[in-house]
Every structure is written in structure tokens, then in C-alpha cells.
Design a protein around this ligand. Structure first.
Ligand SMILES: [Cu+2]
Length: 125
């Protein structure tokens, strides 16, 4: 192989590697409120799941399960308030153990899923 061909091959391989990196920019949960396995006081609880990339909020999903009733509730996701990489919601919660089952659609078309467990303790006095 002549050197010029070798160089072209390397450049092509590099561009393919870059393309596959860009295609794998699906959503990874990097922070949340409540924190995973964290605890918050009972009452009105803001919920925020923060991702490493922009989310299609209209086609993502948050389902809350647990608590005294143990039934699943689909949470309303707040419209983008200048936070395109977050899924934000809120709930009035009694003491108990909860899990948010989240499903996030990233702009690359990939869906990721995960669970965010947390505990609600007695209301602050
Ligand atoms: Cu992806």
C-alpha cells in the first residue's frame, strides 16, 4: 500500500469512529432530585432527572410506583423550562418507599430506561 492510500484509510477509520460516537449520545442519568436511594420529607416534592444530553420531553415517560397505595402513577412531565436535558415533575407524597421508572428518548432516537429509588420520610415539623 502506498503511503497516500494508507493515510486515506486512517482518515476514513477515524471518521467512522467519530460517527459511531455521535450516534451513541443516548440519554444517561447523571443527577437527580431526590438523589438515587436518597430521602426527602413528605409533602410537595419537586422531581428532577438530569441527563447528559437533550431529551425529547414529550415522548419520554416517568412512572411513580410505591408509597402507601402501591399503585403506579404516570407523572406529568413539565414543559421545557429552559432545561432541555431534564425531565421535571412534582408529586404530593406520603411517607414510604418509592421508585420512579423513567424512560428517556434522546435526540439520537435511542430510548434508555432506568429506576430511581428513594424514600419519603415524615414531614418536616
Ligand atoms: Cu444513542
Amino acid at each position: 500500500m502506498r503511503p497516500v492510500h494508507r493515510l486515506a484509510t486512517v482518515a476514513f477509520a477515524a471518521s467512522m469512529a467519530f460517527a459511531s460516537m455521535a450516534a451513541s449520545a443516548h440519554a444517561i442519568l447523571i443527577d437527580s432530585s431526590p438523589k438515587a436511594n436518597g430521602s426527602v420529607a413528605a409533602g410537595h416534592v419537586p422531581l428532577a432527572l438530569k441527563y447528559n444530553s437533550k431529551i425529547d420531553q414529550a415522548r419520554s415517560k416517568l412512572v411513580l410506583s410505591g408509597g402507601p397505595g402501591q399503585q403506579d402513577v404516570t407523572l406529568r412531565i413539565a414543559a421545557d423550562a429552559g432545561k432541555p436535558s431534564e425531565l421535571d415533575s412534582e408529586a404530593d407524597l406520603k411517607p414510604g418507599s418509592y421508585v420512579i421508572h423513567w424512560q428517556a428518548l434522546a435526540l439520537d432516537g435511542h430510548i434508555t430506561r432506568g429506576d430511581l429509588p428513594f424514600t419519603v420520610g415524615a414531614a418536616a415539623p
